[in-house]
Design a protein around this ligand. Structure first.
Ligand code: CMC
Length: 377
């Protein structure tokens, strides 16, 4: 007789599938991306485009492959008219994540290969999404601010062009470097909630844009990608380093979750945090503003001593983006601009070897009730 499957709330510890894309090496506290240590990629000076290529094509590109990949991304730097019209018609108060979710969905009905789920079409659609998501973020931001859109620049890489389109002026090299590192660190992270959600959608043979829309929707929650915005709001509420320890103690006392801390997989520190702190340091040195990092450090010391809980990537990323003068509601959309690469790799992997994802559940409701017509209830 087969044993009844065990139930794990939140699917914690459950092996829900197979993937050759990435895994968290808990023992060595590293993130393995197709065989590479993610930190080797940031420390070795990789561009986000190289990492996106690695995710979509199984290995790092050589110089010719990288040039062709970057060209393909540059050629796709334009938005279809219906998407531009949708963005311009949205209420100016719309949260940029809601707008981006709708933009990704509408890019689907404008894509000539929308319903083709072959491997080759999926890779092409992934490239188009990678190129267009930063444009949708920038277009939404400029429109909400009542500013003219900024045309993308062909001579800039993805990180630099994103900063350029948001602000309309040449980004400083330190800003481009910090943004590039954050995009690499955000790009992929195993069977996290949004990736799993995207894979579930893909497993029904819903198309790439549908699955990525699901990913965007799932990432937005404050327990997942939305934590980078929530962590910055928290640091602003704390206000000064002097206030940080007491604020955290008080929040813990009232059983509040401290945003930018904790992780389902990492229990001895998020492997991505040191690289993000280093990138944040570049920004602090250039701007001279150290208040938010100090608050984050005191919150970290307090969380470690009181709860043994480490910060996750969203904490140093939050003060780094803030130091780059990026409006807080754009933090999670920028996470999307990066994670599209990981989601797309998972959608491709799922559909290349598909089986519908359809788990069971324990029923906890009533049974045996007697139906009565509505006029007798
Ligand atoms: N603040 C206070 N307590 C916490 C926190 C936190 N940030 N994280 C975990 N805990 C406590 C939790 O209350 C629980 O305590 P107890 O056993 O006394 O009830 C214990 O630690 C275990 O936590 P859990 O909620 O069972 O852990 P989980 O694996 O279900 O949740 C998490 C992981 C990320 C949802 C959670 O740590 C959290 O809510 N963090 C804050 C939001 C956040 O920063 N999210 C970003 C996650 S990483 C990057 C990303 O995906 O975007």
């Amino acid at each position: 007789m087969s044993e009844a499957p065990t139930y794990s709330p939140g699917l914690a510890g459950v092996i829900a599938g197979e993937s050759a894309i990435s895994c968290i090496d808990v023992e060595r506290n590293k993130l393995n991306m197709r065989g590479y240590d993610l930190v080797d990629l940031t420390e070795g000076g990789a561009s986000f485009e190289e990492v996106a290529y690695l995710l979509l094509h199984d290995d790092l590109p050589n110089a010719g492959q990288l040039a062709a990949f970057c060209d393909a991304l540059t050629v796709e730097r334009h938005l279809p008219d219906p998407v531009v019209q949708m963005i311009n018609a949205a209420p100016k108060s719309a949260h940029p994540m809601a707008l981006l979710r709708t933009a990704v969905s509408s890019l689907g009905y404008c894509d000539i290969e929308a319903e083709d789920n072959s491997h080759e079409a999926n890779v092409r659609k992934a490239v188009r999404l990678l190129a267009k998501v930063p444009l949708a973020i920038a277009a939404g931001h400029r429109n909400a601010q009542g500013l003219e859109p900024v045309e993308p620049r062909d001579d800039l890489g993805l990180a630099a062009n994103l900063l350029y389109m948001l602000r309309g002026d040449d980004p400083q090299p330190y800003a481009v470097d910090a943004m590039n590192v954050s995009l690499i660190l955000y790009s992929e992270h195993g069977y996290n909630a949004s990736t799993f959600a995207a894979r579930v959608a893909a497993s029904t043979l819903a198309d790439m844009h549908a699955a990525i829309t699901v990913g965007v929707a799932t990432l937005g929650g404050p327990l997942h990608g939305g934590a980078n915005e929530a962590a910055m709001e928290m640091m602003l509420e704390i206000g000064t380093p002097d206030n940080a320890r007491a604020w955290v103690m008080d929040a813990l006392e009232s059983k509040r979750k401290i945003m930018g801390f904790g992780h389902r997989e990492y229990k001895s520190g998020d492997s991505r945090v040191p690289a993000m702190k280093q990138a944040g340091q570049l920004v602090l040195e250039a701007t001279g503003e150290d208040r938010w990092r100090q608050i984050a450090e005191i919150a970290e010391e307090t969380m470690l001593s009181e709860k043994g809980i480490f910060p996750n990537l969203d904490l140093p990323c939050a003060y780094t983006y803030y130091g780059l003068d990026i409006p807080i509601p754009l933090f999670t959309p920028i996470f999307v601009a990066s994670r599209v690469s990981g989601w797309a790799a998972h959608v491709i992997e799922q559909q290349d070897n598909n089986r519908l994802i359809r788990p069971n559940h324990n029923y906890t409701g009533p049974v045996g009730r007697t139906f009565k017509p509505v006029d007798q209830r």
